[in-house]
Every structure is written in C-alpha cells, then in structure tokens.
Design a protein around this ligand. Structure first.
Ligand SMILES: [Zn+2]
Length: 455
C-alpha cells in the first residue's frame, strides 16, 4: 500500500478550518491532518477510507470556555446524583452508595437539583433516615448549596447558635435549628471536613473527563477552578504525556485570604505551563446564584428587600483586579446578577485606568444571567469576554419556578441576553459549566438557538 496514503479522506463537505477559511475536503494520516482543500484538489489522493460528507459540516474541534473537569471525572468515585430526577431517587441512590462503600468515613458527592425540594431547600431529616451514623455532604448540581445530615452538622459544630458567615447562609427551620441546606460560604463549614480526593484519584478524574469530552468533539477546555491539588494532577498527567486536551486553567482566589495570596498565585502560574497545559487565569466569585437569593442584584428580589450577596466590596474588587491585571493574569469572574456584572465591569475599568490598556487582557465574565441594558455595550468597550452557558437559557423548572417569579417582568427581558450582547459588539464565548449541565456542545448550541431543552 502507498505509504503516503491517507488513513481517512473526508470529502464533499463544508469544512471550517482553524484559520477561519472554508474548504470541502480533509485528509488525515496517523492522527494528523495532512491536506485540506477543495474536493477536486484532494480527489487524486489515495486513502484507505473515504467518507462522503454530502454537504455536511466539519469543524476543527470544540472549545469549552468554562467547565469543571475534575468534578466530572470524580463522579465515578463519589456519590453521583446527576442522573436522578426527584428527591426519592436521590435518597435511594445515597442509600445504595452508602451500603456499597462501607469503608468511606464520609458520604460525599454531588448532583441533586434544587427543584426536587420545596423552595429549593432539602432537609437533613430525610438524609438522617438513609444514613444515620456517618456524616453526609452532597453539593447540588450548580455547586452553590450543600445538603448535609445531622451527623455532619454535629461534627462541624453547627447549631442554632452558629451565626451565618459573611459570604453565605445556613438555612434554618422556623425554630432556628439548621435545616440541612448550606448556601455559598456556609458550605465550607462542613465541606472543609470532607476528606479530599487522593492525588491518584484526581489524576484518574482528569483522564476520565478528557476521554468523555474528546468523545463529544471537544479538543480544548478552560478549567474554571484550579487549586494546588488539581494543578499537581494536571502536571502529573502532562508529564506522562497523557494530557491530550488543550487545557487553560484559572487559579481560585481564596476569599478567606487577602492580597498576599498573589505570591502563591504567581508561583503556581510559574509551574502551570507544561505540554498542553496553560495556567494563566485567576477565578474570582463576585456573587452566588439567583435560585438561593445570593445572586447580587441592582434592585431587590421581588417582594423582598434583599439585593443578594456581593462577595467583595466594590473598592476591594477594584484593588484585586488592578493587582491581578498588573501581574498579567486573565481574570475570570463568576457574575450571575446584574449588580455583580456591573461591579466586575467597573473593576476591570478601574484596572485599565490604573495599568493602562496595554495588552489584550480578555478578562471573562462568566454566566452573565442578568446584564442591565446600560452595561451591555461595556463588554465591547472594555474588551471583556461574555462567557455564557447557553444550556441554561430555557424554560426549565429552575428558571420558571425558582428564578423568574423572583426577578419580575422588567428584568426577565434581559435574562440571558446573548443576542443583545452580540449586537452590542461583545465577544461571546460558550461553555457548559459541566458538571452543572451537559458537556455536549450540540445540545448547548441547540438551546442557544431555540431556547428549548430536550432532556
Ligand atoms: Zn463553573
């Protein structure tokens, strides 16, 4: 056989190349593209397999702009509730997992959904009934609320006398007793006691995630949160030559520490370039989520005087952005509510005023669920990327029961305003936020276009 023959010839399609051009045919040999051109140009090429595309589209590979690969890859090890669709199914799965893992001191995992419970809040009593002796800590699908049992609350010393932390809320029964749901910063009160995954488990988790996402056509990802243990796992996998995903990562800004942590962030960035790995970003949470009223709003939630939770005071955020931008970091801000979005844009503007707009910094605002019309043109003006999760922009129970009634009609008009942002010149990037929702890019693009989810 001709040693120069391609293994695979894709022909007669619409091929979008990386450089933005269009072609009709692609030839692949040994896992690499060896020729791209019109069908006529490649017609003479010998190939062991020919695929007639009949006008179908070929893309170079998807890039997921915001996701959590290690959480995804760890689902094979922890108590995985992502496939459940009710509180009863969750409880059955928790009971089964606890019985099958008698050696685990803690039952931990994630994937329950707020719409399984009245008001979005699960209770500790039903968890006590299925796992009475061991502590249980389970995060919900978006990672902003944890469901814990009585044993876990007891070990963490949380009682009716425990005050809410500044950056979170302990859900309570009418008598003031913790009811089993911990929001945002309050999650750490128990979460800090859960034994972390071992280095070997984290490395396996990355490989699991990589295999699963490659199968969906994803060739590059932006890890939303990288910490010291995940960085070590990335490095180990990259050193063995097993990192086949092009991986960008954001180091987590630790809210319990101050600006002195920049030295540690710089040291981690220093170790963050290896093979296909690039660690150049810093992740800052500026608010929570709307479903538990921690998303930061310009005007209060309907029928309340609560404007949500701004994690950093505006002056503090301005200083942080100026510092990180000055060190050449790309800052990735979690911003759900219209107040968080505005405060983040203000902070980026402050950083540009202080540092000059000398470089193409491309800071990201992730999630952008509510963007006030006045702020929509500012993405283009400041060169900020609107990092959206299109799969969420549909009439799911999350949106219809836990969000829209509390933001009202006026704000509903700028809920997930992707097209408005694009019309205002914003660079728009899509990410799945997997494991919050599906990593399948085609399912996400479908919702971006139709605003209907097909589960
Ligand atoms: Zn995320």
């Amino acid at each position: 056989m001709d040693p120069n023959a391609a293994d695979l010839l894709l022909t007669g399609g619409r091929v979008h190349t990386v450089s933005g051009g269009e072609a009709e045919s692609v030839a692949v040999r040994g896992g690499r593209i060896v020729a791209v051109g019109s069908s006529a140009e490649l017609a003479g090429l010998a190939a062991s397999r020919v695929l007639e595309l009949e006008g179908r589209t070929v893309l170079p590979g998807f890039q997921d702009a915001h996701l959590h690969p290690t959480s995804g890859g760890l689902l094979a090890i922890v108590c995985n509730l992502h496939e459940t669709s009710s509180a009863e199914e969750c409880l059955a799965e928790i009971k089964r997992y606890a019985a099958e893992n008698p050696e685990r001191e803690w039952i931990s995992g994630d994937g329950w959904s707020m719409d399984f419970f009245p008001g979005g809040n699960p209770d500790r009593e039903r968890l006590d009934a299925v796992v009475p002796g061991r502590p249980v800590y389970l995060e919900n699908r978006d990672g902003h609320t944890a469901w814990v049992n009585s044993r876990a609350l007891e070990l963490a010393g949380i009682s009716r006398d425990t005050a809410d932390p500044a950056d979170g809320r302990i859900e309570r029964a009418p008598d003031g007793e913790p009811s089993g749901a911990l929001h945002e910063g309050a999650m750490d009160l128990v979460g800090a006691l859960v034994p972390p995954p071992t280095p070997a488990e984290l490395e396996q988790a990355l490989l699991n995630a990589q295999a699963e996402l490659h199968a969906l056509g994803i060739t590059a990802w932006q890890d939303a949160v990288v910490e010291a243990d995940t960085l070590a796992a990335y490095r180990a996998v990259a050193e063995r030559g097993q990192l086949t995903m092009r991986a960008e990562g954001n180091l987590l800004w630790n809210r319990s520490r101050g600006e002195e942590q920049v030295d540690d962030l710089l040291a981690m960035r220093e170790r963050g370039s290896l093979g296909r790995l690039r660690i150049r970003g810093v992740k800052i949470f500026q608010d929570g989520v709307l479903e538990n009223f921690t998303g930061a709003l310009l005007e209060p939630y309907e029928g309340t005087d609560n404007r949500g939770l701004g994690m950093h005071e505006p002056e503090e955020l301005n200083r942080m952005l100026t510092l990180l931008d000055g060190h050449g970091f790309q800052v990735h801000l979690h911003t759900i509510g219209d107040r968080a979005v505005r405060e983040a844009l203000d902070a980026i503007e402050a950083a540009q005023r202080a540092n000059g707009k000398r470089r193409d910094a491309r800071h990201h605002l992730a999630h952008i669920q509510l963007v006030h019309p006045d702020d929509q043109p500012r993405f283009a003006e400041l060169g900020v990327v609107a990092n959206a999760q299109p799969y969420w922009a549909a009439h799911s129970r999350y949106v219809d029961e836990l969000t829209l009634p509390f933001i009202g009609e006026e704000r509903a008009r700028y809920h997930y305003p992707f097209a408005s942002l694009v019309r205002a010149g914003a660079p728009l990037a899509f990410g799945s936020d997997w494991t919050v929702s599906t990593a399948d890019p085609l399912a996400q693009i479908e919702v971006a276009v139709t605003r209907v989810q097909h589960p």
